[in-house]
Structure formats: C-alpha cells, structure tokens
Design a protein around this ligand. Structure first.
Ligand code: NAD
Ligand code: LMR
Length: 329
C-alpha cells in the first residue's frame, strides 16, 4: 500500500458529488493500492446533506478510505490536498448556455484558488468541473499564481466520451474501438469534436463512416448539445456520466497514456495550435509518467477544423474579458 493521498471535493453533497465520492472511495480513480483521505467541502446549506453522504461512505466500509473531513471552511477543506476536484457551483437550467453561469459561479473560484494556494500540498493538481469550467479554471489559476499553471485542468472528458459513443454507434463498433478523440476549445456549444484525427479500429473515421455531411453536422451538434439534451430529458444536468468522466480524467492524468492514443482535457495553453497562452482550452493530451503531461504535437487541422477550433477559442477569449474585472490584480 502507498501512503494516503488527500483528495478535496467541493460541492460534495450535490448530484455529481454523490456519484463521484463512492468511485474515489472504491479505488476507481487512483487504483486499488492507493489509500485516500477525503476532504469534502460544502457551503453551509449543504452541510446537513453532506453529513448523510459521509455516513454512507462510512457504511461502505471502503478499505482505501483513511480519513473523512466534512467542512465549509476552505482552509480546512484544502489542507494538504494533492488533488482538488472543484465541482461545487450552480448547474444551468433548460434554455441557458453554460456561459450564463459565469456571473453566478465565477467568483467562487477566486476564494477557492487562493485557499488552494495557501493550504494544499506542494504537488497539488486542480480539476474544475463546475461550469463554465474552462473559465472557472482560468479564474482559479489566476487566483493562485504561486501554483504552476500546468496543474490546472478543466473537464472536457465527458465531451470526449460522448463523441466516442456517437461515432461507435454510427459505425456499429464498440466504444473502446474509437481512439485519438480530441475535443478542441471550450466545454460549451462551440466545442469542436475532431472526427478527422480520430480513429475507429485504427483506421481514420472517414474510412469507416463514409458520410462527411453527417460528421460535419449531426455528429458535431449532437456532441455540442448533449448536455442541454440531458437537461431537457432529465430535468437536471448530467451527473453520473459527469462523475464517471471526472474519474476517467484523473485516472488518465495519473497513469501513462496507452501508446499511440491520447485524451481530451482543458489545460493552460502555452500557445499550442495557435491557442492564446494562458487560456484554459481543451486539447489532445498525453502523459508518460502520470505526473507531467504534454500536448500531442503535429495534428493536422484542415480549413473546416481550424475554423471550428478558432470559434471555440474566440469564445474563451470573450469569457476571459468578461471575468477580467473579477480577477485579483
Ligand atoms: P448540484 O446543484 O447538484 O450540486 C452542486 C453542489 O455544490 C451543491 O450541493 C451546492 O451546495 C454546492 N456548492 C455551491 N456553491 C458552492 C461553493 N462555493 N463551495 C462548495 N460547494 C458549493 O450540481 P451538480 O449537478 O453536482 O453540478 C455541479 C456543477 O458541475 C455545475 O456547475 C454543472 O453545470 C457542472 N457540470 C460540469 C460538467 C462538465 O462536463 N464539465 C458536467 C456536468 C455538470
Ligand atoms: C454537461 O455537459 O452535461 C454539463 O456541462 C451540464 C450542462 O450544463 O450541460
């Protein structure tokens, strides 16, 4: 057994929290040999429900769970944290875009960024799930300048998984046959799921799905609008699939990426693929050591793909301008 790591989760009593905590506790995120201390963070009105969730984690008798802390104090919640999973925030309702939440949720990530910088372990990595997650991660990063910017992530793995599932259904193959699936840009209705660089059973997607109009239209818009479709159908935003993608994202960052493949996560751009330095944008990411990551170089984007990616990056630029007044100077 390894020494325990500390995982902080905000919004721990929410829908995603309820689907996520038990997966962390069971070892799905960090593996069967990695004990965890859970630091669960809620706002005051959520503390009662969090008490119930803590009782249920205790009742799970998980061998890997060492300590559980439930708190509304950010300093206590991020104390010694190795991973901060920032889920807590308001979800959108039908008819809203995720960016409509910036005014409501954006400010949460200033205090959380600062508390992470002041209290977390030296190797802290932060994944933002709360929407609009790219720009919230940007706010957290800008509020925690002491922490290297390559330790901030925003979740686009759910979009990657959705895209793989749509391609697999169309091609009549298993979802695991779809690899190299990049989501470019923002976790929003402008994101670009890059079918041209993805593979199905090792072949280019277009060699298997010979239907460019479907790929350019129905496929892209289904992935872009999947979150809204779930809200319409369920009356609440995706939760179990989102929690599953949090598990996938972290597991992919702490384990070497399988040879020849990559995954999507929004990271702090160093100017890669013409994306402005400092924006938190989704790209193809690999890791060889489970600690550092690299952007997969050399992907070709034709005129269609370049325009789609650029539209999503432009939206991120606009969101950055919209929150500039919030940021610490
Ligand atoms: P929810 O309303 O069920 O739960 C959110 C929880 O966060 C609540 O318990 C609330 O009390 C808590 N909270 C609110 N402000 C907080 C704060 N400042 N500190 C700590 N906790 C706080 O919502 P949910 O369904 O769990 O969704 C959470 C967020 O995740 C939403 O913003 C949603 O849009 C987003 N989301 C993102 C993705 C993605 O792919 N990136 C997918 C699904 C949902
Ligand atoms: C999703 O993609 O399901 C989430 O971001 C929730 C939403 O508002 O769409």
């Amino acid at each position: 057994m390894n020494p325990a790591i500390t995982v902080s989760v905000t919004g721990a009593a929410g829908q995603i929290g309820y689907a996520l905590l038990f997966r962390i506790a069971s070892g799905a995120m960090f593996g069967p040999d990695q004990p965890v201390n859970l630091r669960l963070i809620e706002i005051e009105p959520g503390m009662k429900a969090l008490e119930g969730t803590v009782m249920e984690i205790e009742d799970g008798a998980f061998p890997l769970v060492q300590h559980i802390t439930a708190t509304s104090d950010l300093n206590e919640g991020f104390n010694g944290s190795n991973w901060a999973l920032l889920v807590g925030s308001v979800p959108r309702k039908a008819g809203m875009e995720r960016a409509d939440l910036l005014g409501i949720n954006g400010k949460i990530f200033i205090g959380q960024g600062q508390a992470i910088a002041n209290n977390a372990a030296a190797d802290i990595r932060t994944l933002v799930v709360g929407n609009p997650c790219n720009t919230n991660a940007f706010i957290a990063k800008e509020s925690a300048k002491e922490i290297p910017s390559d330790r901030f992530f925003a979740m686009t793995r759910l979009d990657e998984n959705r895209a793989k599932s749509q391609l697999a259904k169309k091609a009549g193959v298993h979802v695991s046959d779809v690899t190299r699936m990049t989501i470019w840009g923002n976790h929003s209705a402008t994101q670009y799921p890059d079918f041209a660089n993805a593979l199905i059973k090792g072949k280019p997607v277009e060699a298997v799905i010979n239907d460019r109009p479907w790929l350019e239209n129905e496929f892209i818009s289904t992935v872009q609008q999947r979150g809204a479709a779930i809200i319409q159908a369920r009356g609440a935003s995706s939760a179990a699939s989102a929690a599953n993608s949090v598990v996938d994202t972290v597991a992919s960052l702490v384990n070497p990426t399988p040879e020849g493949d990559w995954n999507s996560v929004a990271v702090c751009s160093k100017g890669d693929y013409g994306i402005d330095e400092g924006l938190i944008a989704s790209m193809p990411i690999r890791t060889t050591d489970g600690k550092s990551w690299e952007v997969v170089p050399g992907l070709e984007l034709d005129e269609f793909a370049e325009a789609k990616k650029e539209a999503s990056v432009q939206e991120l630029r606009e969101e950055k301008v919209a929150v500039s007044g919030l940021l610490p100077v």
